[in-house]
Design a protein around this ligand. Structure first.
Ligand SMILES: NC(=O)c1ccc[n+]([C@@H]2O[C@H](COP(=O)([O-])OP(=O)(O)OC[C@H]3O[C@@H](n4cnc5c(N)ncnc54)[C@H](OP(=O)(O)O)[C@@H]3O)[C@@H](O)[C@H]2O)c1
Length: 334
């Protein structure tokens, strides 16, 4: 077992699509085990547990009271994250919650405050930050390989069939491209530009189109930082794009090759020098890194993860709220 990993028994809330990837990753994290599951429809939770063996609970409170649960992973639609997080924190259970941490800035302020009051670990599961490729990007920036970053440019565009009932398009489930996939772009820009000592962006422009359900279908945004850096992204559910992300500095460019949020190839191009591309495959499915990072913090009694701090999650939630407001997207539960 690697020295920084301590065994943890996980309770999983929301055994849907992405929860399978989490459960699969647990199988390669030394000592980690899935012990309990709670979901929406019991038949779905039972089918999940038949594949990834675990006790099925029919109430969230029962999962949280289960002595076999040391930590909780939340993978419900975003609209249900806040309630599950708050219940887990109240029960004293550390939480790793899927991105976006919650659906609104008000919810983000509330759960972050609660984690502080209860002194319980909370982390947004922004898995990409922990990937070898993103770590390499950060290392190159910190080493000054491309000088001061002035621009981050990327696309995150998928062509998804419109389904008003799906969590991606339903306002009641906090649908929309910004919260579902835009969070990767905003969080990456924040992380890269803050690596050189800047704070949060001082302003932004955004324009977009809404789906028939009233959630954001497509948006283009430019963020501006006080030091002059900018980030430009196109994000959408309505078409394809190359889905790379380029980080331009005074002396060169680093490219997170497509798809940037699940990147395994990263390229450094310093002006006047040969290009260097590193292949950095996942050890398993990519989720193992964030699980190990959360596990190490929980074992050390930390309240948050230094690489994915709650202040940054909160800042992206505030920015997302402001963008949704400009786009005219409002959720029925706000
Ligand atoms: N990190 C990543 O790469 C990644 C990728 C995709 C999604 N995500 C995030 O993961 C979350 C889930 O997405 P998904 O695509 O996996 O959704 P999904 O397939 O719809 O799964 C959601 C699961 O949550 C259950 N559920 C719904 N409401 C619940 C509630 N109030 N309490 C407990 N369980 C509830 C659903 O139950 P039923 O089985 O009855 O429907 C289903 O099992 C989203 O926040 C999304 O942003 C992350």
């Amino acid at each position: 077992m690697s020295p920084h990993v301590t065994p943890l028994r996980w309770g999983l809330v929301g055994p849907g699509t992405i929860a399978r990837r989490f459960a699969d990753a647990l199988t390669v994290v030394p000592g980690a085990r899935l012990t309990a599951v709670y979901g929406g429809r019991p038949s779905h939770a039972e089918a999940f547990a038949a594949h990834w063996p675990a006790t099925v609970h029919h109430e969230l409170a029962a999962l949280l009271a289960d002595p076999q649960v040391d930590a909780v992973y939340v993978a419900t639609p975003h609209s249900a994250h806040a309630e599950a997080i708050a219940a887990a924190l109240d029960a004293g259970k550390p939480v790793l919650c899927e991105k976006p941490l919650v659906a609104t800035a008000a919810q983000a302020r509330a759960v972050v405050a609660l984690a502080g009051e209860r002194r319980v670990f909370l982390m947004e599961a922004l898995w990409s930050r922990f990937l070898p490729s993103w770590q390499q990007l950060r290392a190159w920036i910190e080493a000054g390989e491309i000088g001061t970053v002035h621009t981050v440019q990327g696309t995150f565009c998928l062509r998804l069939p419109f389904d008003p009932a799906s969590r991606l398009f339903a306002p009641a489930l906090a649908g929309g491209a910004l919260l579902d996939i835009g969070v990767y772009a905003l969080s990456l820009a924040q992380w890269v530009i803050q690596a050189q000592g800047s704070g949060e962006p001082e302003g932004f422009d955004v324009a977009g189109r809404l789906a028939p359900t009233g959630v954001d279908l497509h948006l283009a945004t430019q963020l501006r930082w006080a030091g002059g850096a900018v980030a430009q992204f196109v994000i959408g559910f309505d078409g394809a794009a190359d889905n790379a992300c380029r980080i331009h500095g005074q002396r060169g460019t680093i490219t997170l090759q497509p798809n940037f949020w699940e990147c395994t190839r990263v390229t450094l191009q310093r002006r006047g020098e040969p290009e260097q591309t590193l292949e950095l495959p996942f050890r398993h499915n990519g989720f193992e890194y964030q699980i190990e990072a959360a596990t190490a913090c929980i074992a050390a009694g930390q309240m948050e993860n230094a690489a994915m701090p709650l202040a940054q999650t909160l800042a992206v939630a505030e920015l997302s709220d402001a963008m949704r407001q400009r786009l005219g997207v409002r959720y029925p539960f706000e």
